[in-house]
Write a protein that binds this ligand. Structure first.
Ligand code: UT7
Length: 333
């Protein structure tokens, strides 16, 4: 039996954190030329959470989410032997936010790193964590997906400001003697040729030719919504279909599809095409918007807390994001 089959991975606990401040569609109507009706119809979003940049950010949200996951696991920071944070909004490029979280939670000298995969951040991170635990080198890994997207949104521009919100979701993964527990299937992809669909240039020379008239400020997010939308609709369905085909499982075998809250219409298209029942596809985009790397972890934590994820059931996580990146997994929890 290979080492991959001798070690299982158990989700010991999950947690989440969102800032208290709500930014409603009505609030946005006062800032930009948009309407509550347009936003709800095109995205399904009514409100999103945004940080107070003076006191909150990716560090505080991600730290609080992992702390809650540890508490819910009955564990402490010193039990962690690795922390991975999927985020595109880390306050600093050096040090990583993950390193500061290790310090804040008493996990020094656990290794830590930030992983950049945009909206795919949590699913990439949990896939990698599962593989590292199965390798036998790590026994307890804190995984966080967190983005404070409001810190990179230009609120004078309507193409992205309506979509994004801030949130963090976390999970504590531990090695388990039952090798059937954990990620039984995972996929991760990227296509950097599509980078200009969703990017945040730091310098003028990084602004793509097709974007030169775009008024969005440097360091803020630019998105060709139409391009991303078309890509996401296709890939969202492709990764779900592929995961089911590769494992021989059917929609009936999956208890919950924990999906990135990109846009209600993208999720609805997958539900319709693949026959995913409403009760198996959790939606919280109406209240939290698209929180990028935070979204799948937040959904997982909310589902867990509501008792909708049960031991020994199969769940599937799915995400698509900037890069472009796309990914999925199937877990026996
Ligand atoms: O998380 C992964 C990354 N992101 C995504 O998955 C997002 C994918 N894309 C989307 O969700 C959608 O493309 C958006 C919600 C961002 C935009 O919806 P859309 O249906 O693709 O709108 P559009 O950009 O094609 O614009 C349609 C019309 C345009 O007007 P005209 O040219 O038809 O007169 C826009 O100027 O809607 C106008 N428009 C707006 N109107 C009111 C664009 N943004 C707004 C707005 N309020 N905020």
């Amino acid at each position: 039996m290979s080492i991959l089959q001798t070690i299982g991975v158990r989700i010991a606990g999950v947690g989440s954190a969102v800032p208290p401040r709500r930014l409603t569609n009505k609030d946005l109507e006062k800032l930009i030329d948009t309407s509550d009706e347009w936003i709800v119809k095109r995205t399904g979003i009514h409100e999103r959470r945004v940080v107070d940049p003076e006191t909150e950010g990716t560090f505080t949200l991600a730290r609080d989410a992992l702390k809650e996951a540890l508490d819910n696991s009955g564990m402490k920071g010193s039990d962690l032997d690795l922390v991975i944070l999927g985020s595109v909004t880390s306050e600093m490029t050096c040090p990583s936010t993950a390193c500061r979280i290790v310090d804040a939670l008493g996990a020094v000298p656990a290794p830590a790193f930030d992983l950049v995969a945009a909206c795919s951040g949590f699913v990439y991170s949990i896939n990698i964590a599962d593989s590292l635990i199965r390798s036998g080198r790590f026994r307890c890994v804190g995984v966080i997906g967190c983005d404070a997207m409001s810190t990179m949104v230009d609120y004078s521009e309507r193409s992205v400001s309506i979509l994004f919100g801030d949130a963090a979701g976390a999970a504590v993964l531990v090695a388990d003697e039952d090798p059937t527990l954990g990620c039984l299937y995972q996929s991760m992809y990227s296509d950097g040729g599509l980078w200009k669909s969703l990017y945040a240039p730091r310098r003028p020379q990084e602004v793509h030719e097709s974007d030169k008239d775009n008024p969005i400020r440097l360091n803020n997010l630019r998105m060709n919504g139409r391009e991303v939308y078309k890509f996401a609709v296709v890939k969202f369905q492709d990764v779900i279909r592929e995961a089911l085909e590769e494992t021989g499982l059917t929609v009936d075998d999956i208890s919950q599809f924990v999906v990135h809250q990109s846009n209600t219409r993208i999720i609805d298209a997958a539900k319709e095409r693949l026959g995913l029942p409403d009760e198996k596809v959790y939606i919280n985009i109406d209240h939290y918007g698209n929180s990028s790397g935070g979204s799948v972890g937040l959904c997982l934590a909310q589902l867990w807390e509501a008792g909708k994820i049960k031991r020994d059931e199969y769940i599937m996580m799915v995400a698509i994001g900037g890069g472009m990146t796309w990914c999925a997994n199937i877990w026996k929890v």
